[in-house]
Design a protein around this ligand. Structure first.
Ligand code: 3HC
Length: 284
């Protein structure tokens, strides 16, 4: 199937990054969010991130202008997706919200459209079951910052067809990303491997093994990680880390995934990382 018209539902950090890369790679994209102020913010963020790429001579000013020209904004999901070949959902990680969005997408997109989710932890098989087209539902898991990170986990639900999988993997390559095929198990590969490391770093803080800066330095200099695990946790959002660990713990049922009590305490206190100005570190 050929994809030209795309839509991205959810204009947060991941949604605006996904719209950015679609537009830059010549796909028409409708960026959808119920919150019109958030949509305007998203357009500003995309504009700024494209300018960074112009400044670094990754793209030309003309490519930036063309990309911005391919992005339309919509606050009505039903209207925004009516001519989409591929929709990527990037709304908050709550099952009831995902279910509502996928029922709307199923009702209002053309019958052959592929419905992808950028979920980091909710089952693609479960999401697919909210629709009448489970063979056309797939995971398309991008990484933050989307314009920079070159991985996409392409997640096969129990009933995802080969045609759907292949189309989405081809689109990911067209976006200059590396698609990796992953089966639909909790946390896929990325978060199943990453989150226990972050959680262990938080246990190290709680048990006083070392100061947060020093824990990060160990992983940056000793393992060549671009960001230490605590800086990365703040970057992802401590609430998101907790939610993913809870899914791993509940669904895989093993103690090794139990969220660190200090992580819970910080989330309860509203110290969610970079987005609230304080997590393990403080931000301007
Ligand atoms: N848009 C466009 N370009 C961007 C950008 C954005 N949003 N953010 C950064 N960049 C560019 C910069 O312009 C710079 O370009 P250059 O290499 O040509 O100079 C490059 O990216 C590096 O940025 P900076 O120089 O500002 O900063 P750093 O060198 O510290 O790199 C980083 C920043 C790329 C974020 C790096 O620290 C990194 O790779 N961190 C790890 C990120 C990571 O692990 N992400 C995955 C999170 S997990 C996830 O998303 C999954 C979810 O399910 C939880």
């Amino acid at each position: 199937m050929s994809v030209q018209n795309t839509a991205v539902v959810g204009a947060g950090t991941m949604g605006n990054g996904i719209a950015h890369v679609f537009a830059l790679h010549r796909y028409d994209v409708v960026l959808i969010d119920l919150d019109e102020a958030l949509l305007e913010d998203a357009r500003g963020t995309i504009e700024r991130n494209l300018s960074r790429q112009v400044d670094k001579e990754v793209i030309t000013p003309d490519e930036k202008a063309a990309a911005l020209g391919r992005i339309a904004l919509a606050s009505d999901t039903a209207k925004g997706v009516q001519s989409a070949d591929l929709v990527v959902e990037a709304v908050p990680e709550e099952q009831s919200i995902k279910a509502d969005v996928f029922r709307t997408l199923d009702e209002h997109t053309p019958g052959e459209a592929i419905l992808a989710s950028n979920t980091s932890s909710i089952s693609i098989t479960w999401i697919a079951d909210q629709t009448e087209r489970p063979d056309q539902v797939v995971g398309m898991h991008f990484f933050n910052p989307v314009p920079v990170m070159t991985l996409v986990e392409v997640v096969r639900g129990q009933r995802t067809s080969d045609a759907t999988f292949d189309t989405v993997a081809d689109v990911a390559e067209d976006l200059e990303k590396n698609p990796v095929e992953v089966e639909d198990y909790p946390g896929f590969v990325s978060n199943r491997v990453l989150m226990p490391m972050i959680n262990e770093a938080i246990f190290c803080v709680m048990q006083g093994v070392a100061e947060p800066e020093d824990i990060d330095t160990v992983m940056e200099l000793g393992m060549n990680h671009p960001m230490g695990p605590l800086t990365l946790a703040d970057f992802i959002g401590l609430d998101v880390c907790l939610q993913i660990l809870e899914v791993l713990h509940d669904e895989l049922g093993e103690d090794k995934y139990r969220p660190c009590p200090l992580l819970r305490r910080k989330v309860t206190a509203g110290q969610l990382g970079r987005k609230t100005g304080k997590g393990f570190f403080e931000y301007e």
